[in-house]
Design a protein around this ligand. Structure first.
Ligand code: CO8
Length: 262
């Protein structure tokens, strides 16, 4: 299937989705959300994929937010529905059966920061700019940003960013714990693909279990989290990958993971 607002390719177990509306700095409109939704369904259904990388096409932007032109024409109810649509699509990234990495190459404002926050972790170019400037438009973040940012960097840092609408640099985002690694702009994709390649060499079954356990454990007390981990551990023990991984170790060879929990 071909898309107009995103580029979707895959190679060596790694899916790559690029936001691609260069004339609007990759801003998120209805069409983009529909296409991203379809691409994510394809990613989830493809048992050959083990990791997803999300980035922005072009030099300047990851995503410069929701499309303000489209937004300005919406009734309040259409705006509420658009917010819910964005929340659902970003939740789909969060709940994919494989890890997702955001490679933030430029502006990640409003919905752009919210898209990155829905990924499992973020690498950023030194030129990246993060922020939730919705307050400057008389709005608030509506694609899960108030919730995910506060959980990731703490309530008070999130309050300051959301109340002021001020942007932060990649370095500040790193210091806040929002970004795992800051790279020179021309090194970003190589660095991300190296990490993606390492993840892709692991088994899909254990990646899925690890992702789910960390995600689900984040919202419950430690004891409940450990129970969730314990159940998932039992499930991975029964996977082909666990047999292959332990056998390969004992046979002093590299494991060839082919299993799945689907
Ligand atoms: N929407 C639509 N078009 C955009 C957007 C956007 N978010 N951002 C940039 N563009 C367009 C510009 O209008 C411009 O188009 P044109 O050439 O036709 O005039 C083109 O992209 C290039 O942009 P600039 O000329 O402005 O480039 P600069 O380098 O001067 O500035 C900035 C880059 C700083 C990124 C600037 O474009 C900017 O501030 N953009 C808006 C950032 C913003 O406020 N984002 C938040 C949007 S709101 C949001 O994300 C809400 C999410 C929750 C919604 C809930 C649902 C209702």
């Amino acid at each position: 299937m071909s898309f107009e607002t995103i580029l979707f390719t895959s190679e060596n177990h790694i899916a790559l989705i690029q936001f691609n509306r260069p004339r609007a700095l990759n801003a998120l409109n209805n069409q983009l959300f529909d296409e991203l939704d379809q691409a994510l369904d394809q990613v989830a259904a493809d048992g050959d994929l083990r990791v997803l990388v999300l980035t922005g096409a072009g030099e300047k932007a990851f995503v410069a937010g929701a499309d303000i032109v489209e937004l300005s024409r919406m009734t309040p109810l259409q705006g509420k529905n658009f917010s819910r649509k964005g929340q659902k699509v970003f939740s789909k990234i969060e709940h994919l059966p494989i890890p997702a990495i955001a490679a933030v190459n430029g502006y990640a404002l409003g919905g752009g920061s919210e898209a990155a926050l829905a990924c499992d972790f973020i690498y950023a170019s030194e030129k990246a700019v993060f922020g939730l400037p919705e307050i400057t438009l008389g709005l608030i973040p509506g694609f899960g940003g108030t919730q995910r940012l506060a959980r990731l960097v703490g309530t008070n840092r999130a309050r300051e960013m959301v109340f002021t609408g001020k942007n932060i640099t990649a370095q500040q985002a790193y210091e806040f714990g929002m970004v795992n690694q800051v790279c020179a702009p021309d090194q970003l994709m190589d660095t991300v693909m190296k990490t993606a390649g390492l993840i892709a060499s692991r088994g899909r079954a254990s990646l899925r279990a690890a992702k789910e356990v960390i995600l689900n454990g984040g919202n419950v007390d430690l004891e409940t989290g450990c129970r969730i981990e314990n159940d998932a551990f039992g499930l991975t023990m029964s996977s082909e990958d666990a047999t292959e991984g332990t056998t390969a170790f004992l046979e002093k060879r590299k494991p060839q993971f082919k299993g799945t929990l689907d």
